[in-house]
Design a protein around this ligand. Sequence first.
Ligand code: 39A
Length: 224
Amino acid sequence: MLDNSFELLAKLKKLGFIKEERDPYWWPGSGTFEVVVGAVLTQNTKWEKVEVALKNLKNLDLLSLEKLAEADQKLLAEAVRPAGFYNTKSFRLKKLAINMLKDFGSFEAFRAKPSRRWLLEQKGIGKETADSILCYACYKNFMVVDSYTSRLLRAFGYEFEEYDEIQEWLIEGIYANLDKIYELYGKEMPLHMIYARFHGKIVEFCKENCKGKNKNEKIKRLLS
Ligand code: 39A
């Protein structure tokens, strides 16, 4: 039984899924342009493959907005190949960088005043990718919803149809229980950090436990 998202956060926190040495926002390199690239690369693939692609890009010094916008398309495609769909992803990444440079002038300027609408207008950026960029690269108050989140909630009988519905459910439980969350963490925390760490916990929990034949029973047992 899960009445609201605060209960889920509290249960996940008790299981200790975010290690202390991690980035405090969970996403490696949070607050930097690397997150923008990682958010696009992580579409339809495993994070471990994204890490290889990001390392390639780092070695080629392509992890900045300016360098990415000017990158050779073939070189870029080879670098992101480990993350899959490499032609599409490299094309979209370069176009995204060119557009961001054209419309905002720099990543810092985008980060200071990011626009969800602008992100959603970019080719290949849907709500999950946009919210990942807003939360983890720009530290804005957007809670990311992904397939792990819906899988986890389905185990508790929640059959949401839409991204926005899940997001609303997650946010409502947080908003209504902020005092309890501060108590849980032993300090006040900005909303975007709570969202970031909550989503991180969901992903880390699900990577280990939301698979296999009896996954719903396992999830419920671990989070009882
Ligand atoms: N699926 C994922 C991840 N798994 C992840 N990490 C582990 C660190 N990130 C940042 C995004 N998506």
